[in-house]
Design a protein. Structure first.
Length: 122
C-alpha cells in the first residue's frame, strides 16, 4: 500500500470524484467537450496531486502539490456554479452532495497543507 492510499484526504478525493462523475454523466451532450471534460479532469487532478505530493517529497514540495489540489478543487466548484446557473441538472440532492463533498475536502486539504508547511518560509 502506498502512503497516499492511507490518507483521509485521498479517500475523500476519490469519493468526490465519484460524485463529480455522477454529475458529469447527467450533463447534456453539448457539454461533453466543455463542462463534462473540465469538471472530471479537475476532480481527477485533486487525487493525482495528493498522490504525487505524498511520497518522497520535502514538506515544501508536498505543500505545493496540496496547493495544486486545492486549486483543482476550486475549479470543480466553479464548474458546479456554471452547471447550476445553466440549469443543466434538476437533481438538487446530487448537487448538494457535490457541494458538501467539496467543502469537506477543501477543509481537509487546507488543514493538511497548514500542517505540512508549518514553519516553512513562504
Amino acid at each position: 500500500m502506498y502512503k497516499f492510499e492511507r490518507l483521509e484526504v485521498y479517500q475523500l478525493a476519490l469519493g468526490s470524484i465519484d460524485v463529480v462523475y455522477a454529475v458529469a454523466d447527467r450533463l447534456p451532450r453539448s457539454e461533453a467537450y466543455n463542462l463534462r471534460s473540465q469538471i472530471t479532469r479537475a476532480a481527477t487532478s485533486i487525487a493525482l496531486n495528493i498522490a504525487e505530493g505524498s511520497t518522497g517529497q520535502t514538506d515544501a514540495e508536498q505543500g505545493r502539490f496540496l496547493s495544486m489540489a486545492i486549486r483543482s478543487l476550486l475549479e470543480t466548484v466553479a464548474c458546479q456554479h456554471i452547471i447550476m446557473r445553466r440549469g443543466y441538472i434538476a437533481d438538487g440532492d446530487l448537487l448538494e452532495r457535490l457541494g458538501v463533498s467539496g467543502q469537506t475536502l477543501a477543509r481537509k486539504l487546507q488543514s493538511m497543507r497548514k500542517v505540512v508547511t508549518k514553519g516553512i518560509d513562504h
